[in-house]
Design a protein around this ligand. Structure first.
Ligand code: NAD
Length: 282
């Protein structure tokens, strides 16, 4: 049976290191600060931003939560972002998506100073990643790369098959793997004969949001399986992969929960510290 890669444990270890790094920055007069903006009352979004804030506080990092009403206009939100861009005490700006219908998420993303774009969604940062430069990488894909690295899985020359092509997960994780010299295939909802592709994967990344999409029969013997999916089925959190059958075939596998999820917030903290260090040139 496969070795289980627990992102949760790794996330805790990394956050402990970050806590020490923040303490050192404080001594130098640098106080990394994340500002999270949420518009409206969506319960899932509210719980995500609470999690981000709690994680920031736990490592001694400053964090502000700005809660705006559903009726906030696009211009009001843009004005707020401009103020945060100008504010030297703010290093990371995150607008929780999705935003209400009357606001363009693309306009909002592009208004954020790329140097404070700790989600890594700004086209300038996406372009930097595309061209192989260092920048703020989107947190979930970046967390996956760190998990692979810390589990001593070398991706160079390996065939990585990714199910999913969203701007949030699928595309950027493929790009990061390509930058590390993997051979990358993207599957998506229009892909024909999914199994013929997944069976070729040395590294299989599943980010579709479809519970049970992948089971043991889709997995090549000895493959690494990373389950990004977060689904609620009968009140229980579950991934996209049938863990029990896949684990019999894979060499490594991530569980849901306690897998990729905790790494996402960890990389957000990492990006905010990085932004603070860049802005203050330490
Ligand atoms: P999305 O809905 O934007 O994209 C899903 C992708 O999967 C699409 O590209 C689609 O083409 C593909 N797809 C859907 N059904 C498919 C099928 N039957 N066969 C092949 N491809 C199929 O979702 P997303 O934002 O990329 O998120 C994907 C999943 O990852 C979701 O479950 C989401 O909740 C989860 N997620 C987890 C984290 C985390 O921190 N763990 C972060 C972000 C997203």
């Amino acid at each position: 049976a496969a070795e289980v890669i627990y992102g949760k444990q790794l996330a805790e270890d990394l956050r402990e290191e970050m806590k020490q790094e923040v303490a050192v920055l404080h001594e130098k007069g640098v106080h990394p600060k994340l500002v999270v903006v949420i518009i409206g009352e969506d319960p899932a979004s509210k719980s995500y931003v609470k999690g981000k804030q709690r994680a920031s506080e736990k490592i001694g990092m400053d964090s502000d939560l700005i809660e705006l009403s559903e009726e906030t206009s696009e211009q009001e939100l843009l004005d707020l972002i401009h103020r945060l861009n100008q504010d030297d005490t703010v290093h990371g700006i995150l607008v929780q998506l999705p935003v209400p219908e009357h606001i363009s998420d693309q306009k909002i993303i592009e208004a954020i100073d790329p140097g404070k774009d700790v989600d890594g969604f700004h086209p300038e940062n996406a372009g930097r990643m595309l061209t192989g430069q260092d920048t703020f990488f989107p947190c979930t894909p970046y967390g996956i790369m760190v998990m692979l690295e810390r589990a001593d899985i070398d991706v160079e020359g390996k065939h990585a098959v990714i199910i999913g092509r969203s701007n949030l997960v699928g595309k950027p994780v493929g790009q990061l793997l390509l930058n590390k010299n993997a051979t990358v295939t993207h599957c998506h909802s229009r892909t024909k004969d999914l199994k013929s592709h997944t069976k070729q994967a040395d590294i299989l990344i599943v980010a579709a949001g479809r519970p049970g999409l992948v089971s043991g029969e889709h997995v090549k013997e000895g493959a690494v399986v990373i389950d990004v999916g977060v689904n609620r089925v009968d009140g229980k959190l579950t991934g996209d992969v049938d863990f029990e059958s896949a684990k019999e075939v894979a060499s490594h596998i991530t569980p849901v929960p306690k897998g990729v999820g905790p790494m996402t917030i960890t990389m957000l903290l990492h990006n905010t510290i990085k932004a603070a260090k860049q802005i203050h040139r330490v």
